[in-house]
Design a protein around this ligand. Sequence first.
Ligand SMILES: *[C@@H]1O[C@H](CO)[C@@H](O)[C@H](O)[C@H]1NC(C)=O
Ligand SMILES: *[C@@H]1O[C@H](CO)[C@@H](O)[C@H](O)[C@H]1NC(C)=O
Ligand SMILES: *[C@@H]1O[C@H](CO)[C@@H](O)[C@H](O)[C@H]1NC(C)=O
Length: 527
Amino acid sequence: MSGWWWRCMFLLIGATILVVEPVSGVFPLKTSSRWIVNQNGVRVKLACVNWVSHLDAVVAEGLSKKPVDAISNIIKSMGFNCVRLTWPIHLLTNQSLSSLTVRQSFQNHGLLDTIAGFQSNNPSIIDLSLIQAFQAVVKSLGDNNVMVILDNHVTQPGWCCTNTDGNGFFGDQYFDPSLWITGLTKMATLFNGVPTVVAMSLRNELRGPKQDVNNWYRYMVQGAEAVHAANPNVLVILSGLNFDTDLSFIRNRAVSLTFNEKLVYEAHHYGFTDGRDWVSKNPNEVCGKVTRYMKKLSGYLVDQGWPLIMSEFGGDLRGTNVNDNRFLNCFIAYAADQDLDWALWTLAGSYYINQGVFGVEEVYGILNSDWTKPRNPTFLQRLASLQLPFRGPGITQGKPYKLIYHPLTGLCVARKSKLQPLKLNACSYSNGWNYKPQKTLSIYRSHYCIQAMNQGKPAIISKSCSTWDMISDSTLHLSTNINNGTNVCLDVDHNNVIVTNACKCLSNDSTCDPASQWFKLIDSGKR
Ligand SMILES: *[C@@H]1O[C@H](CO)[C@@H](O)[C@H](O)[C@H]1NC(C)=O
Ligand SMILES: *[C@@H]1O[C@H](CO)[C@@H](O)[C@H](O)[C@H]1NC(C)=O
Ligand SMILES: *[C@@H]1O[C@H](CO)[C@@H](O)[C@H](O)[C@H]1NC(C)=O
């Protein structure tokens, strides 16, 4: 070996240390009021994707399609910094299950094609036990700088959730509280000392006829204490009632634990949570109602000083489900406005086996069914601005300002230069705005502001400011009167130029979609 080679090695090692060192000062995470922060007190926004590992075979999905490191890598490259990895209690409490090898588990379910794919993509995992395979997935995520939330999804392996599946609440047929505590304790212990495992969510979507607030406190506190005793590094995430839509009961009765700075709440919302309202009713009215409902049932927690992670939301990413599309337009505005932590449902483009169907496609999956690329690159671009924190400890410098956020595209209103029209641009490159008490929208630290000209024409930057009201039930339209008295709304044309148009479907009409005119003024600052 030449001296040159060694110098290279030292440089490489030196570079590695430089990269790794800051990370070691980061974990474990803790909470500071409503924020999740690192050891330096700087906000860490959890921008996660759910990775299913709780179905029949109890193997993280997709490993018959791609090597585990390739999947971890694509998760990172899609901008997620975290995975909510699901697991069934039996993986830790049923010795004959956890000691099955991946190959045996697939054989037991008749998944012979899956074995062939798995063998070629992940030969080093296929003959590991199920619990070792689970550890290998967590390790690969950590090696790729992806944090992990271990999510107890169900008791016995299988798809979740219905009111009557016996997994809904403490005391249900398959939901024995003491077995649950044993499983949580073993899982917490197993990953004690693995710094990238930053959190455990204790149980997914509590629900069903047995659900009851007193028992919620009784058992969730026991579970939280057991996890903390076994692994004091992880954040403890508590799920609400009614399929994790309802944490309203916390408002008047705080959870009392023996430890501090580790408690986080989680909530879920989908388009179907509101039935078919998004297609059958006016989207402004439904968005107003659902946003108020989410704030009342869980969103209020951040105002009370608790972190809240929207640990499941999503929709059909083929873009053909109008109910899902309209829900996502509204939900993304809400999540950005509140700057919540979140986990998209879901990573998997397809499952090994789900509810008896082999290789079934998952149209909510961020990856396509081959696991080779994003199902919908436009949707991924739209998530990009949501993946970064808008504010929080250590995130912004100087005076706060607003971003004018457009949830349909995930972009922000920006003036790139004096010569160019106002356009949508990546929020990271957007300038800041002030929304003054007199309702003008001016460029941060300037007297220049947005002026509406004519209907159908670009809005301009000038010294004569229009006054903008946030109208409709959704309060997502920015509206003003132009010279002749006509009321117009801020909108976007097909070149992403900011224009004003007649306001769309402010009420009543369920056939029209106002989302191109939806904007949210988001608290942020120089990041
Ligand atoms: C434990 O796992 C084995 C293997 O999957 C299964 O046959 C058995 O029914 C499980 N036991 C319980 C109590 O679920
Ligand atoms: C105002 O002007 C717009 C076109 O810019 C026109 O469509 C509208 O009818 C006018 N309104 C009134 C009240 O004159
Ligand atoms: C919407 O419908 C309600 C009841 O049908 C009616 O009272 C109201 O005036 C309508 N609003 C608009 C803006 O058309």
